[in-house]
Design a protein around this ligand. Structure first.
Ligand SMILES: Nc1ncnc2c1ncn2[C@@H]1O[C@H](COP(=O)(O)OP(=O)(O)OP(=O)(O)O)[C@@H](O)[C@H]1O
Length: 661
């Protein structure tokens, strides 16, 4: 390339003049000079330097440095010396006045060239400070612009993400959600709302929502728009929650909804509302069914209470407050006695035949007394083996006797604070009666095998079917114990002495049995009642209860079948000389003729029965059951014979022979 602009002056250094270096020097955009500080001469100047200094490069290369900076010599000298000294230095604020009079302020960057460049030479690179400042401003603006765009993109991305999330939430929400603008027109609808209402979003968007889905009340009356709480929500700027209204589906079907309308604000202005609703049709229906069921239960309960009150009124005279059934004066008297004695702590002795209700009376006394919150402990004295009486009553400690493998609490301790019901008290062996008396007198006892004395607070209610006074007379029962027990006597009347109660009791047991056996209710006929009252009930109420239960089980076609053996007239009294005939008792009437049948009294009849039974027992060696037993001989069911034995107080064991049963 021909050298057109670079200027060679005086002693052009060989390396600089050569090849690529020279080209670089010439082409550089940065103004450059090479000057000799000692000779104060500019040796080389590139075209860029010419543009900076406002003159052709070769004109510039012909100048002295001191000419360029006539007014700044000290600054030039300091700079030049610094370069020569350190090899490299820079300075700012070098003012240049161009030939055309314009000024430029430059920054000089000087580098001392190596000696082989041809003496003491300095390469000066000049920069127009204004130019640099402009570039800095541009670069800064550029950086601002670039970072602004990046920030804007970030914000945009953020909003896009938020929007996506909102869309996902709107889609996933189980509740129907729709938005309306300030004109009441739908702006968006989520998929749940589409599903619930049957409309597609595009059918609703842009339309008046009230007019589409909310135009009519549940009762079919018009729902004016100005009354709509959804619109009111953004007219008044308040959140509205509505529990029970209907929205109308596309197919004209109403759904019951619960919704909340929340106003949307933009810079303080209400611009619409968002409505969140859910279909509560099935919930409301379930609630209504529940209310209806509760109302029905209430109505039923009221009716039952009324009926119950009526029934109670009906049977008040039949069942007294102790659950003892009977209108008979004897029963009324017993109820009064219970009322009288129950609140006291007095000992009670109930006497009466087996099955007449002695235990029932004992329980009634306990229930009506102040001890009712504590237990009633029953001891059947007839069922305890003689050798275990003491332990049964008072308990024992381990090892007290053979078989006492652990401590045992006696009945007295169990009944502490409550009532001890001594059933069949007449059966307590004489030698133990004293121990019982001591507890009754002192309230103290010891467990068998233990020294420690224990105190108890027990009320005693005793029962017996024996004539205890007679037992005392015979020396079989301690008189002092008898008086201790017999503080308040109650006599339980046998059923045959209150036959007027039989229909009531029978009806009661029949209803109870049918309920228990879960069989359809049965009714007593007039004939049934007559048969039942015609019987003398040796087994008392218990027997009646059993007879009724059997009859209910055997009933066919709604008719009861009674198994009563002794309902017919009794057989004739045998003459004193004649041996007691053991005739089948049930068949006696058939064998009796009008002539042979004598008129006999009740006592005579009972004696006659007693003799017949005793004769049969004696023949059978005391055996009751089985083909060789007395029941078979008398043609009676064994259970009936057992009842009669109890009623007549016949002890079958008396007739026992080594061969008998
Ligand atoms: N007046 C009554 N009202 C209702 N049920 C009664 C009546 N009298 C007796 N009973 C019933 O008859 C059955 C026999 O009564 P309970 O056991 O009280 O007689 P008891 O005299 O204690 O007999 P036992 O001396 O054999 O122990 C029981 O089921 C009892 O509920």
């Amino acid at each position: 390339m021909p050298d057109t602009s670079a200027t060679r002056v005086n002693r052009p250094p060989v390396p600089l003049a050569a090849g690529l270096h020279r080209l670089l020097f010439q082409a550089a955009a940065q103004p450059m000079l090479v000057f000799d500080p000692i000779a104060d001469r500019i040796l080389l100047a590139n075209p860029a330097a010419g543009r900076l200094y406002g003159m052709p490069a070769d004109t510039l290369a012909a100048l002295r440095m001191s000419e360029l900076h006539a007014g700044q010599m000290p600054a030039l000298v300091v700079f030049t010396e610094a370069v020569l000294d350190k090899g490299h230095a820079w300075t700012r604020g070098m003012a240049i006045t161009r030939p055309d009079g314009s000024d430029v302020v430059a920054e000089y960057d000087g580098t001392r060239l190596p000696p082989d460049a041809g003496g003491t030479l300095i390469l000066l690179v000049a920069t127009d400070q204004d130019d640099r400042h402009r570039r800095d401003v541009d670069a800064e603006a550029d950086a601002y612009l670039k970072s602004g765009i990046a920030e804007w993109r970030r914000v945009e991305r953020f909003f896009r993400d938020v929007e996506r999330q909102n869309q996902l939430i709107l889609r996933a929400a189980g509740e129907g959600i729709y938005g309306i603008n300030a004109d009441g027109h739908t702006t968006f609808v989520n998929p749940a709302a589409e599903r619930l209402l049957g409309w597609r979003a595009e059918e609703l968007v842009g339309h008046d929502m009230h007019g589409m889905v909310h135009h009519t009340h549940a009762d079919g009356s018009h729902y004016p728009e100005h009354e709509c709480p959804i619109y009111a929500a953004f007219r008044e700027g308040e959140i509205r929650h509505v529990e029970d209204e209907v929205f109308w589906c596309r197919d004209g079907r109403p759904i019951r909804v619960e919704y909340t309308s929340t106003p949307i604000r933009d810079r303080g202005m209400v611009v619409g509302a968002v409505i969140v609703f859910r279909d509560v049709t099935s919930r409301r229906e379930a609630e209504e069914r529940l209310h209806a069921a509760l109302a029905e239960v209430d109505a039923l309960r009221e009716r039952l209470e009324r009926e119950n009150a009526y029934l109670l009124e009906e049977i008040r005279t039949e069942v007294n407050h102790h659950h003892i059934i009977g209108r008979n004066a004897a029963i009324q008297k017993i109820a009064q006695q219970i009322d009288l004695v129950a609140p006291t702590d007095a000992n009670v002795l109930i006497t009466g035949e087996s099955g007449t209700g002695k235990e029932l009376i004992a329980r009634a006394i306990h229930e009506a007394g102040r001890r009712s919150h504590r237990p009633l402990i029953r001891v059947n004295c007839a069922a305890i083996p003689r050798e275990l009486f003491e332990s049964e009553f008072f308990g024992h400690v381990r090892g007290a006797f053979t078989g006492a493998v652990r401590d045992r609490v006696g009945r007295f301790e169990l009944a502490d604070g409550g009532t001890l019901f001594l059933d069949e008290v007449g059966e307590i062996p004489l030698e133990l009666q004293g121990k019982l008396l001591r507890v009754l007198q002192e309230g103290h006892f010891e467990r068998v095998g233990e020294e420690r004395t224990r105190a108890v607070d027990v009320r005693i209610v005793a029962a017996t079917n024996r004539d205890l006074k007679d037992e005392v007379r015979r020396g079989r029962f301690r008189e002092d114990l008898y008086f201790r027990l017999n503080v308040f006597p109650i006599e339980s009347v046998p059923l045959r002495e209150r036959l007027d109660d039989v229909p009531l009791l029978a009806a009661h047991f029949l209803a109870q049995t049918c309920r228990r056996l879960n069989i359809p209710a049965l009714k007593l006929t007039r004939g049934d009642v007559e048969r039942l009252t015609g019987y003398d009930w040796p087994g008392n109420v218990r027997e009646l209860e059993n007879v009724i239960e059997r009859a209910a089980i055997l009933a066919s076609g709604g008719r009861l079948r009674f198994d009563l053996e002794m309902r017919d007239p009794p057989p004739a009294i045998p003459g004193p000389a004649s041996p007691v005939a053991i005739a089948p008792m049930a068949g006696a009437a058939e064998t009796a003729t009008a002539e042979s049948a004598a008129i006999i009294t009740e006592t005579e009849r009972r004696n006659r029965d007693r003799q017949a039974i005793e004769a049969a027992l004696s023949r059978c060696g005391g055996r009751i059951y089985g083909p060789a037993g007395a029941a078979a001989l008398l043609d009676l069911p064994p259970t009936t014979l057992a009842s009669r034995l109890r009623a007549l107080r016949i002890d079958a064991r008396r007739f026992k022979t080594p061969a008998g049963g």
